[in-house]
Design a protein around this ligand. Sequence first.
Ligand SMILES: [Zn+2]
Length: 183
Amino acid sequence: MSSLNKICLHWTAGANYPCQVDLNAYHYCIDELGRIYPGTHKPEDNLNCYDGNYAAHCGGGNTGCIGISVCGMAGFNLSAKQTKYPLNQKQIETMCCLTAYLSIKYGFSISEKSVFTHYEFDKKKTKPEGKIDITYLPYLPNLQIEKIGAYLRNKAEWYGIKIKSNNYKFEKKGNYYEFTCNF
Ligand SMILES: [Zn+2]
């Protein structure tokens, strides 16, 4: 019996709002206001990736893997480090909160094996494709590439504690979802 037990964290390399291609590729896309748009495919579609009906977000690792993407970083590369569509902190906080929410919903704990950036996943492949999401946080320009995965996992752990104490609620608001805080 397969299960959803992993989350791969991405950026879209597009604008700060999801386009149809983004919605087809990821289960959740997060815009610049921290609004969460469900993609074309449900996470459950990735239980079986042999039927062509799944979100193809993480080549070589799509089965059982939920794809979350923050919208932005079009044109970014590691040498120039510039983009017209930088990610902001609200998007990253929302991504970490959603990661925690989904790990609780689907019953897995957060570790390097279960929650990773696309960059971290790609680096471990026999033939890496050179993925760079997520290697740069514009609001923390000095955070080293190799520390970003751990930074995001730590944040998600923190949100997990808050969600379990009912401090954050996942709410539908029209065509998107938002976390509302009850502090
Ligand atoms: Zn990616």
